[in-house]
Design a protein around this ligand. Structure first.
Ligand code: GLA
Length: 659
């Protein structure tokens, strides 16, 4: 369903929380928004206590005035349902609906997210406020999009959750015998004889059951999705022409399967806060999450619903973005399919737990460098306009949240097996080589690609293995990294050697894991180093490209290739070696950068007839036309970008002068 009013133009704006300010500030807000080119704001995300100050008593007057004011100034609204933060009265009225931690502590209001997703009282209260909002604002001309809740992810271990978990397990397994088998309950005397004895993974004396933990995450994803659907269905019924979304958070703690959720929203929307600003880490991570979002959206457009306009969370510190970085990162999202650029938040909060988060209007007031950047970006986006051409990619990366969750489980061969970091390392290496990557779910058909990258597909199902096998059988190229094919969907270990169902395709059999101690490296022959992980790999048809040079594995294969197109990598290659290796793979698979000259911080994405080129480096860069294979063409000044027609390399749209 199209985003009304945004045909041909990009969205620009952010979360707007006018309830934190007196009304005279709203007038300044909309004036400034117009100056900055803001055309869309998200309203009401955390406004439940202001909208429903007592059960069933609504105060919509202030929100009426906000929406009218925005509409009068040409600004559209993403209207949120405020169900991520029930008001204090809610917990007093329904103490059983407050969340309980795995240690059995019942949490109370005072922060946000104080609810149990399975509690009937919470579900009813959420539906009621969503209904009241939809009834009130159906037909309001400012309303462009519904934003249900905020960053779904709340987990609860209470009795409501336990009952719902049991229902979910009965649906999944049918019988207790099947559950016992799937959870390997013969181990440590965990066998269940009564459904009522099955609990969420509450605090337990020693290592918890990995399959129980994993299923609980899956249950949480489905239970929260049920919460979303209930509200979505109310909104669809009352406002059938308004699309409905929710903003996906991307973090290890989030129990959401975005592949499943993406099928339920009218528009995929994500929040992204890069976790490091060292070197080009934020740039690489931005490209990765934008590619993820496009993957979840099935290759179609999606929306960056939140980013921080002026900070990166760098190892716990809030560090200001570098000059021009806001524009460059935003352009990366747009190039990779976002319908625009939304920020958290419009005006910095006067107090509260997020008062020091950056905002489009900082505490310093409008006369500040950050607002100048925000204004500059607004002008750039208006100039660019919207262009929905498909992103061109010959390479796919298989991404699996269930493997991510399982690799956070207990009893693994080594601590810190970081699935996210492993995927980032593979995707980042391709990014550094200038190659655009699509992200796909395990089991999806791969026939449109030349090359498929498979980092740490820890839980490998038959359908995922079959998709890879038939891709390779029909001439495709694949690279599989260590920790793939280790277990099935219930973390039951594959017998007969790893990578399990992928072993024949790769022509190898891994006999034994040799996790490497933290910060240890192992030399490779003829060059390079491995870290984090190593394995005893037996070739069964494959040839060794790199071997371990020292230690217990000296002389054994570290990287292999089978039939010239199926590679297996058994250690974390250092950056330079991984890039050299991937460059070799790209050449074999006939994969080229998005344009000659792309890579090493010069990000180039081809989208339909448009070429987006962003120079994240401090040196001038030059890129050529993809069809001509020559690197001479357009010069891109350090820290700037340009958007051109793919064949002509004519700058038909202003390049960013900002530095
Ligand atoms: C998330 C939330 C916002 C806010 C920001 C702050 O993305 O959705 O409500 O808390 O983080 O970084």
């Amino acid at each position: 369903m199209p985003l009304r009013g945004f045909e041909g133009r990009l969205c620009y704006g952010g979360d707007y929380n006018p309830e934190q300010w007196p009304e005279h500030v709203w007038v300044e807000d909309v004036q400034l928004m117009r100056q900055c080119g803001v055309n869309l704001v998200t309203v009401g995300v955390f406004a439940w206590s202001m909208l429903e100050p007592a059960p069933g008593q609504y105060e919509f007057g202030w929100l009426d005035r906000v929406l009218d004011l925005l509409h009068d100034n040409g600004i559209s609204v993403v209207l949120a349902t405020p169900t991520a933060s029930p008001p204090p009265w809610f917990g007093f009225a329904h103490p059983d609906a407050l969340p309980v931690t795995r240690d059995g502590v019942r949490l109370v209001h005072g922060s946000r997210d104080a609810y149990c997703p399975s509690a009937p009282a919470y579900r009813a209260a959420a539906r009621r406020i969503a209904t009241a909002l939809a009834q009130r604002y159906a037909g309001h001309p400012a309303l462009a999009l519904w934003h249900v809740h905020n960053e779904y992810g709340t987990v609860c271990y209470c009795d409501h959750a336990a009952a719902a978990f049991r229902r979910w397990l009965r649906d999944r397994y049918g019988t207790l015998d099947a559950l016992n088998e799937a959870w390997t309950t013969a181990f440590w005397s965990q066998r269940y004889a009564d459904w009522e004895h099955v609990l969420p993974p509450r605090a337990t004396p020693y290592l918890a059951n990995p399959a129980q933990l994993l299923d609980f995450r899956r249950f949480c994803s489905d239970e929260l999705l049920a919460c979303f659907r209930e509200q979505r269905d109310v909104l669809r019924e009352l406002t059938p022409d308004v699309p409905v979304t929710t903003n996906f958070a991307i973090a290890p703690w989030v129990p959401i399967d975005p592949w499943a959720w993406a099928r339920e929203v009218d528009l995929v929307a994500i929040d992204h806060y890069p976790s490091s600003n060292d070197g080009l880490a934020a740039e690489e991570e931005t490209a990765f999450v934008a590619d993820l979002a496009r993957g979840w959206a099935g290759g179609r457009t999606w929306l960056l619903m939140e980013q921080a306009p002026d900070i990166v969370h760098n190892g716990g510190w809030m560090v200001p973005k570098r000059p021009g970085q806001l524009t460059r990162l935003s352009l990366s999202h747009v190039a990779r399919g976002s319908l625009g650029v939304m920020n958290f938040q419009w005006r910095a909060s006067p107090g509260g737990a997020e008062a020091f988060m950056s905002a489009m209007v900082p505490h310093a007031g409008p006369d500040a460098r950050s607002l100048r950047e925000v204004t500059h970006l607004g002008a750039q986006l208006a100039n660019l306009g919207r262009h929905d051409g498909p992103v061109a990619a010959d390479v796919a990366l298989v991404w699996d949240p269930h493997s991510w969750w399982a690799l956070q489980g207990p009893g693994l061969p080594a601590p810190g097996l970081d699935y996210w970091a492993m995927c980032r390392h593979v995707h980042g290496s391709a990014w550094r080589l200038g190659v655009t990557v699509d992200i796909v779910a395990p089991g999806e058909p791969l026939s449109g690609y030349r090359l498929v990258l498979v980092p740490a597909l820890f839980l490998t199902t038959a359908s995922a293995a079959d998709a890879i096998k038939s891709f390779v059988d029909s001439g495709g190229h694949v690279v599989v990294w260590y920790l793939s094919g280790v277990a099935d969907t219930n973390v039951r270990v594959h017998r007969g050697g790893w990578p399990g169902l992928l072993a024949t395709t790769l022509g190898v059999r891994v006999e034994r894991h040799y996790p490497l101690p933290h910060q240890a490296t192992v030399a490779l022959d003829p060059a390079g180093t491995g870290s984090s992980w190593s394995e005893l790999v037996r070739p069964e048809g494959a040839e060794a490209l790199l071997r371990y040079a020292k230690g217990d594995l000296a002389g054994e294969p570290a990287v292999t290739v089978h039939a010239g197109r199926a590679w297996y990598v058994s250690t974390r290659l250092d950056d330079a070696t991984q890039q050299r290796f991937l460059a070799q793979v790209f050449a074999a698979a006939n994969v080229a950068p998005a344009a000659p000259g792309a890579g090493h911080g010069v990000e180039v994405v081809r989208r339909g007839q448009r070429l987006y080129a962003i120079n994240h480096t401090t040196s001038p860069a030059e890129i050529g036309a993809p069809s001509q294979g020559s690197q001479t063409g357009l010069r891109i000044e350090p820290g700037t970008y340009l958007v051109t027609d793919v064949d002509n390399l004519v700058t038909d749209i202003d390049s960013a002068a900002h530095r």
